[in-house]
Design a binder for this molecule. Structure first.
Ligand SMILES: O=c1ccn([C@@H]2O[C@H](COP(=O)(O)O)[C@@H](O)[C@H]2O)c(=O)[nH]1
Length: 239
């Protein structure tokens, strides 16, 4: 099972590989890991992931798989060659799909002789609020929907969920203590929310019980990314 001493993962959301490598080299001794998502993967593919992996730091490969069980199992099997520490699927893909992802990751890890990654289910994206759920025809508050999906993810064998800082307490109250809470929507005080609608500071998220916090733009777009990352680490270091 994966363990991280530093809960801060920096999202390297860029289509520019040289910029991602520069950020990775500057930040590797400050953050606990890097998150490589859709923008990075669509631009640079597995080769780009291998470039970042040379720094020997945990990688969260955030491709948010959402398809039928057989297709998701195949995608997990393929991405396991990159030795991810964390992988994502959409919890809304259903119990069978989540079970297929978890089982395939365990089988592949054993076959390849690597650690089993955390498979975490995305609940309600942090860019959505109650009004957006209403428009989508999803009944209930973000708390209710996140709680429902978190319970399903746990029952389906996932290691954790992705949720906003606001739903950490609700999720903890309905799920086992071991469930990992991977939390984006993190904004240091005074920073722009950008397209995120459910945000909290790093300190609030960790105090509420986040296992891992994900921070992208407040670090990568700062005039001093290393200083921005250090300031986040300092704000949570004695919690
Ligand atoms: O609900 C979700 C799920 C994933 N993300 C990802 O986290 C980072 C956040 O980046 P910021 O620049 O700090 O906003 C980004 O890669 C998203 O794809 C999320 O924000 N919310």
């Amino acid at each position: 099972m994966q363990r991280f001493t530093n809960p801060l993962f920096c999202a390297l959301d860029t289509g520019d590989l040289a910029q991602a490598i520069h950020l990775a080299d500057s930040l590797k001794d400050v953050v606990g890991g890097f998150k490589l998502g859709l923008e990075f993967f669509c631009a640079h593919g597995p080769h780009g992931v291998e470039e970042i992996a040379r720094r020997d730091i945990p990688l969260f490969i955030d491709l948010k798989f959402h398809d039928i069980p057989n297709t998701v199992a195949g995608a997990v099997r393929s991405v396991m060659r990159l030795n991810p520490a964390i992988l994502t699927v959409h919890a809304a893909g259903g119990a069978d799909m989540m079970r297929a992802a978890a089982d395939t990751a365990a089988d592949e890890a054993s076959r390849l002789g690597i650690k089993v990654p955390w498979i975490v289910g995305v609940t309600v994206l942090t860019s959505l609020d109650a009004g957006d759920l209403d428009v989508l025809g999803i009944e209930g508050s973000t708390h209710k929907v996140v709680a429902r999906l978190a319970r399903l993810a746990e029952k389906s064998g996932l290691d954790g969920v992705v949720c906003a800082p606001h739903e950490i307490s609700t999720t903890r109250s309905v799920a086992g203590r071991h469930l990992k809470l991977v939390v984006p929507g993190i904004r240091p005080r005074g920073s722009d929310s950008d397209d995120q609608k459910r945000v909290m500071t790093p300190k609030e998220a960790i105090e509420n019980g986040a296992t891992v916090i994900i921070v992208g733009r407040p670090i990568t777009r700062a005039s001093d990314p290393v200083g921005a990352a250090r300031s986040i680490v300092n704000s949570i270091s004695d919690l």
